[in-house]
Design a protein around this ligand. Structure first.
Ligand SMILES: [Zn+2]
Length: 287
């Protein structure tokens, strides 16, 4: 999984541990197949529960700590519970520390003010917003050296805009259209890339971009897709997941057994990808 949002990775004896992001996120999704995938251990007095996901393609055990306090361990198919437990035990201090950090930061998801220094996401990477005023340039947005730079042509009159809301509105609208344009290109590219897997389709469906509060995508009865422009903030793999999910709906209209089986055929590790996307939803949709 390349292009993960801000993370810290520590590798140790074929074990990699990843802190997924530094903000809180919704926790209303299930990601494990059955209850027996839940495990726990202790760090001092603190009980730490973790979930285990078996992955066909995993070559090593990988630990992820999510902002909503979930600890997910993905493992290759053939490892024993004993090995998993020992590996998690080895990293228990690291896990505990990140759980502490996330708990502390939980109160820190603030509404965006569209000022320099705020985080902005694009294709799973975290960038810092930089707002500059340059009367010589046309208003624009550029991604340069780790910064998403928004140029305004003139500064708002401080007397009329004491709380900066005028300027924030301008910055937001420039960013919105930048993301919209990027989304159009990236989604077309990802749709073309995953389309061969959807061999039940005879032609490429069209898609429309529509900003939504609670959904990444949808699919009409005629088989046309609607995709949320905020999705372009997520890693490509997450974009692929959403597109494949909607393409599966063209064949299976509801979330039936058959639908999930079809999705698993085209993306066997979709649960892990969905978990990653869900964990970042609050940040990607924050505007
Ligand atoms: Zn669905």
């Amino acid at each position: 999984m390349a292009n993960r949002p801000e993370h810290k990775t520590a590798s140790n004896n074929g074990v990699s541990a990843t802190r997924v992001s530094n903000h809180s996120a919704p926790s209303n999704n299930t990601l494990t197949r059955s209850n027996d995938t839940r495990h726990h251990l202790y760090y001092g007095q603190d009980k730490i529960s973790y979930e285990v996901i078996q992955k066909d393609k995993a070559r090593k055990l990988r630990i992820k700590v999510y902002p909503d306090q979930r600890v997910v361990v993905s493992v290759p198919m053939q490892v024993t519970d004993e090995f998993i437990h020992q590996s998690v035990q080895k990293r228990v201090r690291w896990i505990w520390q990140h759980l502490q950090d996330f708990a502390k930061q939980k109160t820190d998801v603030l509404p965006k003010r569209y000022v320099s220094g705020e985080p902005q996401f694009y294709l799973g990477r975290r960038y810092v917003l930089k707002v500059i005023v340059d009367p010589e340039q046309a208003a624009n947005v550029k991604l340069i050296r780790g910064k998403l730079t928004v140029t305004l042509t003139h500064s708002s009159n401080a007397a009329d805009d004491t709380d900066g809301s005028d300027r924030a509105t301008k910055v937001k609208s420039l960013l919105d259209s930048w993301y919209h344009t990027k989304a159009k290109t990236i989604f077309a590219e990802r749709l073309a890339a995953v389309l061969p897997q959807a061999n039940w389709l005879h032609s490429s469906p069209t898609f429309k971009i529509l900003s939504m509060k609670k959904q990444w995508g949808s699919c009409s009865a005629q088989g046309n897709l609607v995709l949320n422009p905020h999705l372009v903030k997520a890693p490509k793999e997450c974009i692929d997941y959403v597109i494949l999910h909607e393409l599966c709906h063209i064949k299976e209209h509801n979330h039936s057994e058959r639908f999930w089986r079809l999705l698993s055929q085209v993306m066997p590790h979709w649960k892990a990808v969905k978990t990653e996307l869900d964990s970042m939803a609050e940040l990607y949709l924050n505007e």
